[in-house]
Design a protein around this ligand. Structure first.
Ligand SMILES: CN(c1ccc(C(=O)NO)cc1)S(=O)(=O)c1ccc(-c2ccccn2)s1
Ligand SMILES: [Zn+2]
Length: 378
């Protein structure tokens, strides 16, 4: 595996920036589906002593103007209205903006939107200003949110805003989505342009959220063939996932010659996740990220899904250590959330024994279709 050098950059002492602020963590801890996950991720990275090897950058809140670059004013005004307690007819309108079940209405949601968007915009600004080559933001990666609605636990699409910001300085942006779910919100935002190439590898099965992202979904108009989808079935393991994804990414790199990379590293495909779909270990994500790092392009790593909180923290701490070229102890270090890592208290995640529904023939067919699509990239 290629490990990036940690030589000093021209601009500063550190090659790797880590986006963090207590306020950002507290807001993310309030997220309905992943309570306290943000604190667990940050605490484990801190407990492994990794913060001293990175430049820790506190994000600024996105303004309404910033968020209007992607989201509709109506939607943002509605999120703002929720913040005002006295407005009780919020519930009727809520559903038209995708708020309700999966994205519950709650008072702090506008503040969350500003912080989460600001964090990824800050990451983009750091890459644009050449202040660092690798930016880590485990509190972003909300890939389902649409221009005028929340979706799939995502209230705002920080990734789309970050990519739009990167486009002010870079001509061709590559977006890679390693989350279990199709990165539909990001693909939708850029499916008509050849200036952003989106690659999403995900579970694609009847009735599985969000249902989009088939291999024939290639983008439209000028964006045709600049949306790449790698649909998979339940049970895929590292040994099949890594060569498939890395070979496809290598083809994309050769054809598209991206200038900057954004990678969503959702951990809900890791064995043991309540989504019970893929059977990956963090090593699979790490190997895909090492390939991206080996290209020596400016890159932003984002979080995303991950519903086994301890495994998600294990995964992103492991990736953070890998990016820094530092080996992490197998034993989870003592820290505030140590008890969550029982009974083995180890960093490593054992692969599960679920059935693998991805036959060799199926994977060969997907690979053939995807590389056929990519061959049209000019
Ligand atoms: C809204 N859904 C999403 C949306 C996005 C994600 C995601 O992680 N996207 O990256 C996950 C579930 S959903 O309908 O599939 C589910 C809601 C609740 C689910 C659940 C809850 C507990 C255990 C297993 N699944 S899945
Ligand atoms: Zn997901």
């Amino acid at each position: 595996a290629v490990v990036p050098d940690t030589r000093e950059t021209t601009a500063g002492k550190f090659t790797v920036c880590y986006i963090y602020s207590p306020d950002l963590i507290e807001r993310c801890d309030e997220l309905h589906k992943i309570p306290m996950r943000a604190s667990m991720v940050h605490s484990l990275i801190e407990a492994y002593g990794l913060l001293r090897h990175m430049q820790v950058i506190s994000p600024t809140k996105a303004t309404l103007e910033d968020m209007k670059q992607f989201h509709s004013e109506d939607y943002l005004n509605f999120l703002g209205k929720i913040a005002d307690e006295d407005d009780d007819n919020v519930d009727e309108e809520a559903h038209q903006y995708g708020l309700g079940y999966d994205c519950p209405v709650y008072k702090g949601v506008y503040n969350l939107a500003c912080l989460v968007s600001g964090a990824t915009l800050k990451a983009a600004d750091l890459l644009i200003s050449l202040q660092a080559r690798i930016i880590i933001n485990w509190f972003g990666g909300w890939h389902h949110a649409k221009r005028d609605s929340a979706a799939g636990f995502c209230y705002v699409n920080d990734i789309v805003m970050g990519i739009q910001r990167l486009r002010q300085r870079f001509d061709r942006v590559l977006y890679v989505d390693l989350d279990l779910h199709h990165g539909d919100g990001v693909e939708d935002a850029f499916c008509t342009t050849n200036k952003v190439l989106t690659v999403s590898v995900h579970k694609h099965s009847p009735g599985f959220f969000p249902g989009t992202g088939s291999v024939t979904d290639v983008g439209v108009g000028k964006g045709k063939y600049y949306s790449v989808n790698i649909p998979l079935h339940d049970g895929i393991k590292d040994e099949q996932f890594v060569p498939l994804v890395c070979r496809i990414l290598a083809h994309v790199k050769d054809r598209y010659k991206p200038e900057v990379v954004v990678c969503q590293c959702g951990a809900d495909g890791i064995a043991g996740d309540p989504m019970e779909s893929f059977n990956l270990t963090p090593v699979a994500l790490m190997k895909c990220i090492y390939l991206l790092l080996s290209w020596n392009l400016p890159i932003m790593l984002l979080g995303g899904g991950g519903y086994h909180h301890a495994n998600t923290a294990r995964c992103w701490a492991y990736i953070t250590g890998g990016v820094l070229g530092r080996k992490l102890a197998c034993e989870i270090p003592d820290h505030k959330f140590l008890m969550e890592y029982g009974p083995d208290y180890e960093l490593q995640i054992e692969v599960g024994n679920m059935k693998n529904h991805n036959s060799i023939e199926f994977l060969k067919r997907v690979y053939k279709q995807v590389t056929e699509n990519i061959s049209h990239i000019v």
